[in-house]
Design a protein around this ligand. Structure first.
Ligand SMILES: NC(=O)c1ccc[n+]([C@@H]2O[C@H](COP(=O)([O-])OP(=O)(O)OC[C@H]3O[C@@H](n4cnc5c(N)ncnc54)[C@H](O)[C@@H]3O)[C@@H](O)[C@H]2O)c1
Length: 352
């Protein structure tokens, strides 16, 4: 079992859930969270753990090679879980630069640190490089047809990313593959479907729609809402990542999905019903450029080989619980929507 994990991007949605999940599931494990605190990184997500002896926060950018060298090269971690990324497709359509810098080049910086550690270790001059899990996305596979539901993404599906976001993530996937193949580093990749749950930045569809409805605003639905996504509860994803870190086979890729395909229209109707609102609250907006039609994951490999199963993603219960979290935690998302959360971290960690 790993003892001390370096988590990149731990102040974001999945990262903050991962910290909580690991502390509950493995009370003896320590986590250092390295996060640049971009707009989607919010230390308030983990404010209650700030004084927990198992938790340490380091503000920094994965692209900062000297800092990564000092941090990872110290040898204090036996596992790295790499989640830091620019994560919003719409923003990547506006400007791909930050995506390539963080998702592709940032991943390369981390891999190069591991490579240098390996060289020093072989010369008897330092600790071995830690195991490294790259948290990727099903979006690297591109899009499936809407009509043929038998088609699913498997780990053998070719990478055919369609958005600047997924292209920049696929760049990371290719580098992880290449550094394992070329140098024999202990690297693994997970490719997960759409996550939902607490602490998701309210630019993403579920928290955006729920918080808009609480505020009495309409929900903006792309096109006619035909696009299909496979929804997985964030804690199921966290469990899958921990499982791969602990028991995955070096160099392997693992798909992670909820077997829970819903069209955006179906999702919208479900949220409206949970929130007690009518269809008049839908505002159809122009479709996203290059909008992928359907993502659907075949997660049989991780189930078969590592025994992972999604246990928290069943609808409508899991969606209801998530909507309720945003109803009950109004202060959290109001501070995010208003920008007040930035004051908190600027006070704590200085201006970016
Ligand atoms: N949200 C999903 O549905 C989903 C699905 C599959 C995979 N993923 C992947 O999971 C990971 C986490 O996604 P999320 O939804 O939590 O994203 P998020 O945007 O909520 O969080 C990303 C975090 O990374 C940090 N970050 C960004 N650039 C950084 C940099 N250069 N250096 C250090 N930290 C940086 C941000 O400050 C933020 O805390 C991403 O790699 C994403 O591609 C997400």
């Amino acid at each position: 079992m790993v003892k001390h994990i370096l988590l990149t991007g731990g102040s974001g949605f999945i990262g903050s859930n991962f910290v909580r999940f690991v502390f509950n599931a493995r009370p003896g494990v320590k986590i250092t969270n390295l996060d640049a605190l971009t707009y989607s990184g919010n230390p308030e997500n983990l404010a209650d753990l700030e004084h927990d002896a198992r938790y340490r926060f380091v503000k920094g950018d994965i692209g900062d090679a000297p800092l990564m060298e000092r941090l990872i090269g110290s040898g204090e971690f036996d596992g790295v879980v790499h989640m830091a990324a620019e994560s919003h497709v719409d923003r990547s359509i506006m400007d791909a630069g930050p995506f390539v810098r963080a998702n592709t080049l940032g991943t390369q910086v981390l891999l190069d640190v591991l490579r240098r550690m390996q060289v020093r270790h072989k010369e008897g001059k330092g600790p071995p490089p830690p195991r490294f899990v790259y948290v990727s996305t099903d979006e690297v596979y591109g899009s499936l047809p809407l009509e043929d539901k038998s088609q699913l993404f498997t780990e053998e599906t070719p990478l055919q990313p369609n958005s600047p976001y997924s292209a920049s993530k696929a760049g990371g996937d290719c580098l992880v593959r290449a550094y394992h193949h070329t140098f024999g580093l202990d690297l693994l990749t997970t490719r997960c479907s759409n996550n939902f749950g607490p602490y998701q930045f309210p630019e993403k569809v579920i928290p955006l729609f729920v918080t808009n409805l609480i505020e009495g605003k309409q929900v903006p639905l792309y096109g006619v809402g035909a696009n299909v996504r496979d929804w997985l509860h964030v804690e199921d994803h966290c469990e899958a990542v921990l499982t791969v870190l602990e028991r995955g086979v070096s160099g392997e890729v693992y798909n992670v999905g909820g077997n829970n395909e819903r069209s955006n229209l179906e999702l919208t109707h479900a949220i409206l019903a949970i929130m007690g609102k009518g269809k008049d609250m839908i505002r159809n907006v122009e479709d996203r450029l290059g909008h992928d039609l359907r993502y659907a994951i075949d997660a049989s490999k991780i189930k078969r080989e590592l025994g992972w199963q999604p246990t928290r993603s069943a609808w409508p219960k899991a969606l209801e619980a998530t909507c309720r979290w945003y109803v009950d935690n109004r202060k959290w998302w109001e501070r995010v929507k208003s920008g007040a959360y930035r004051e908190y971290y600027e006070r704590q960690y200085g201006t970016r």
